[in-house]
Design a protein around this ligand. Structure first.
Ligand code: FES
Ligand code: FES
Length: 156
């Protein structure tokens, strides 16, 4: 067993879990934060993306114990009284259909906008499509997801 201490969405948590517990399992099954989805468990679909110490990460690729002491933000932690601009943009631009990929798309989208803004780089449509390579959507054809991220980037 491992004692995992994390700050999740601003709240300190400490739980004893098996050493092999993935961060995605820790979030969904231990903390019941089921906004983080698991589509493949093999690091391909991106439905499980969360922010670890401020950076997007596929939570099925990391053991919870390996990031003990760190900070995690899940899609539940993005809204702060009102929806995050990325969440509003997905809503306004019809960036989802079934919604299964959406938490990962939103967390990836926020990370990419933050990184490009910090670097003073323009987040072009081509760059958004390239950045989304690790996130799979089976419903939307991606056009409205790209539009949503462009919309949010202008407002963040
Ligand atoms: S569940 Fe993590 S990448 Fe698919
Ligand atoms: S909206 Fe259904 S998988 Fe993306």
């Amino acid at each position: 067993m491992a004692n995992v201490k994390l700050t999740v969405n601003g709240r300190a948590v400490s739980r004893d879990v098996p050493d092999t517990t993935l961060l995605s399992e820790f979030l969904r099954e231990t903390l019941r934060l089921t906004g983080t989805h698991v589509g493949c468990d093999t690091s391909q679909c991106g439905a499980c993306v969360v922010h670890v110490n401020g950076k997007a990460m596929k939570s099925c690729t990391v053991l919870a114990a390996a990031i003990s002491g760190g900070e995690v933000t899940t899609v539940e932690g993005l809204a702060n009284g009102s929806l995050h601009p990325m969440q509003t943009a997905f809503n306004d631009n019809h960036g989802l259909q079934c919604g299964f990929c959406t938490p990962g798309m939103i967390m990836t989208g926020v990370d990419m906008v933050n990184r490009y803004k910090a670097a003073g780089r323009e987040l072009t449509e081509e760059a958004i499509r390239h950045e989304l390579e690790g996130n799979i959507c089976r419903c939307t054809g991606y056009h409205n997801i790209v539009k949503s991220i462009q919309d949010a980037a202008a407002k963040m």
